[in-house]
Design a protein around this ligand. Structure first.
Ligand SMILES: [Zn+2]
Length: 379
């Protein structure tokens, strides 16, 4: 904030300086410091990218504890440590991992369903220890050639447009509806209770009491459960859509902007649209399907049958057009979204054709008498 234009070199230099100041850092593996710098650098670069994308006035100012897309936020509590290829060692049967830095973590037994036996030790490029509310996790970043692992899916010969919403999770262009499971709303009572108990146990003072810490852990655990339910749900839905369609068009929603609406913030976060799109794009990339996001403007108003604008308020659930077309509001929107997406793909294709045809014409012209080719710069 004080020194704009700080880059990689300066950050690494600064890291060396503060490393000497804090004793706990000395005990860490040197790669852990490096990855911390890399992480900071990513945040700074993202900030500069945002600056380029939108002028200052459009960005939200940095509020204490606020989210805005202003300056990168400072981390008070880092819950993870990242190692590269040193500082850890897997046992022969890959059931145990030993951390060899000065932190005395020692040997840990790996439990869980993912089998890392399948991979060669050289393929593991990074190892991360992450603290979650229910324990410690070890994440392995593995370098893979995607062609080795994924079988391409059979083309389904289908394209679909989806309109996400609060009541229904989505309505698709074929009229299919998937209702919203609302995990947060379901758990809200329990969450609030846990939160109240946490406050009751809070006595102030220097050291938090054991009971407060216990209540805090219980509260965190409940939140973790909700976020996992959400993630599993959107992941499953995204995979199913990718498996049964070749082209999926969704809206390019400004979720950050929408969440600012206080009345809807919880419900919107609960719907987890951003996560959903991330998974769609991930699976699309993995299985070779096309995922397109289109701007959502007017998709609810325009008649998907004739293209006329039919104004309607939020409460109007049915689209009724003068042309005689009647449909569910969201279904009509989903069809518009699909059409928008298709026209985008179509446009890139026509551009390709445009280039091709003009070059063909040039070819043909050059075969003619030069007088026809007056515009050609070489003449
Ligand atoms: Zn119409």
């Amino acid at each position: 904030m004080d020194n704009p234009g700080v880059g990689k070199t300066e950050l690494f230099r600064h890291n060396t300086v503060i490393r000497a100041e804090y004793s706990f850092v000395k005990e860490l593996n040197s790669h852990a410091c490096q990855t911390a710098v890399e992480r900071t650098l990513r945040a700074i670069n993202r900030f500069y990218d945002n600056c380029k994308k939108s002028p200052r006035a459009e960005r939200t100012p940095l509020i204490k504890g606020g989210r805005g897309d202003g300056y990168p936020r400072f981390k008070h509590n880092t819950r993870s440590v990242e190692y590269k290829v040193s500082g850890w060692k897997l046992s022969k049967n890959k059931k145990y991992i030993t951390f060899t830095d000065q932190k005395h973590i020692g040997t840990l037994k790996l439990i869980g369903s993912r089998d890392i036996n399948y991979y060669q030790p050289e393929q593991i490029k990074r190892v991360r220890i992450v603290k979650r509310a229910d324990g410690y996790y070890v994440q392995f970043s593995i370098k893979l050639d995607p062609r080795d692992t994924v079988k391409p899916l059979k083309p389904s010969q289908k394209a679909i447009g989806i309109d996400v919403g609060l009541k229904e999770f989505y309505v698709d262009s074929c009229g299919g509806i998937l209702s919203n499971p609302k995990f947060y709303r379901q758990a809200e009572k329990q969450l609030n209770r846990a939160n109240r108990q946490k406050s009751v146990k809070f006595k102030g003072g220097q050291k938090p009491s054991r009971n407060y810490l216990k209540a805090k852990a219980r509260y965190a655990l409940k939140h973790l459960k909700v976020s996992r339910q959400r993630e599993e749900f959107v992941k499953r839905v995204a995979l199913r859509l990718i498996q049964s369609n070749d082209l999926i068009v969704c809206e390019d929603l400004n979720v950050k902007g929408l969440v600012k609406n206080r009345r809807l913030a919880k419900s919107i976060s609960d719907a987890a649209w951003s996560k959903f799109r991330q998974w769609l794009e991930y699976f699309g990339d993995k299985y070779g399907k096309i995922v397109i996001a289109v701007p959502p403007h007017y998709t609810t108003q325009i008649c998907s049958n004739c293209g006329n604008k039919v104004k309607k308020s939020l409460s109007t659930r049915t689209h009724i057009c003068n042309c005689g077309y009647v449909a569910d509001r969201d279904e009509n929107a989903a069809i518009n979204i699909l059409q928008l997406g298709l026209s985008r793909v179509g446009r890139t294709l026509t551009n390709a054709w445009g280039d091709l045809s003009s070059s063909l014409i040039d070819e043909n012209l050059s075969g003619y008498d030069g007088s026809l080719n007056q515009e050609s710069p070489c003449l």
